[in-house]
Design a protein around this ligand. Structure first.
Ligand code: CIR
Length: 254
């Protein structure tokens, strides 16, 4: 059974962290409606959607992806790079502990799950304003006994590595080459986003299917050519908070 952990949208979403986007008016009520539709799509793909306790005072808590890396054998509870997000993992750890043994990262490590792309037994980990070298080293120490290789990956121009690239199949990465060099993914296949859609590299895998934003129709056409099944969602209000489809869930096999 596939589980998707999600967390409710905080009514304070408009106070979110922003790094690469200018602040624009965010309608938290509209975000709540979009988030509910996203959860419905996850259910329609067969996932058991389990909500972690709401954290109304934590503006960015809906972006649960950043708080944990759930692998087949263990889960790594992160230490988020933004000071305002440091306590988010506490409740997520309680939920994830129902499914996996936990490993936690300690100071001075910082790491956001949005910087971690899993392709098979390789974890590509973005060096970012949120994820530091100590975070990457501690993650490596936690996962290498389980046969995972951790590769530090450079990128620019966006918040997290997963804004620049995500895995859309076991051996295929969708990426924006303006933000991350394809050479760093030399041993897997690479699909390039449409150049007019720079934010289009974030897709969420649920089994063999993809959850994808309705905002990138030209990149989406490439999936049709590959016969990838896609369910589209509108997360435009959460996108103003620098979030995207992978950020709002932790999807794993229970
Ligand atoms: C932040 O800056 O932390 C949030 N406003 C957005 C986090 C998005 N998370 C993600 O891409 N994994």
């Amino acid at each position: 059974m596939v589980v998707a952990l999600t967390r409710p949208v905080s009514p304070r979403l408009a106070e979110c962290e922003l790094t690469h986007l200018a602040r624009s008016a965010i309608d938290a009520d509209r975000a709540i409606v979009q988030h509910a539709a996203y959860e419905a799509v996850l259910r329609s793909l067969g996932a058991d959607v389990v909500q972690v306790a709401a954290a109304p005072d934590l503006a960015d808590s809906v972006f649960i992806e950043d708080t944990a890396i759930v692998l087949d054998e263990i889960a790594v509870i992160t230490r988020p790079g933004a000071e305002s997000r440091r306590t988010e993992p506490v409740a997520v750890a309680v939920a994830v502990a129902q499914y996996r043994e936990l490993v936690t990262l300690d100071a001075p490590a910082t790491l956001d799950g949005g910087d971690v792309i899993r392709v098979g037994r390789t974890l590509y980990v973005g060096r970012s304003s949120r994820t530091n070298d100590a975070g990457i080293a501690q993650l490596r120490r936690a996962v290498s006994p389980h046969g995972y290789e951790v590769r530090a990956t450079d990128f620019r121009g966006c918040l997290h590595l997963k804004s620049a690239a995500t895995a859309i199949a076991d051996d295929l990465v969708l990426l924006n080459s303006a933000w991350v060099s394809p050479a760093q993914f030399a041993d897997v296949g690479v699909l390039h986003v449409n150049v007019g859609e720079p934010f289009a590299a974030n897709a969420l895998r649920v089994g063999d299917r993809l959850v994808y934003s309705s905002e990138y129709p030209r990149t989406r056409e490439l999936f049709d050519a590959l016969r990838l099944e896609v369910a589209t969602v509108d997360l435009s209000e959460l996108a103003k908070a620098e979030g995207a489809v992978t950020c709002c869930s932790l999807v794993f096999e229970a």
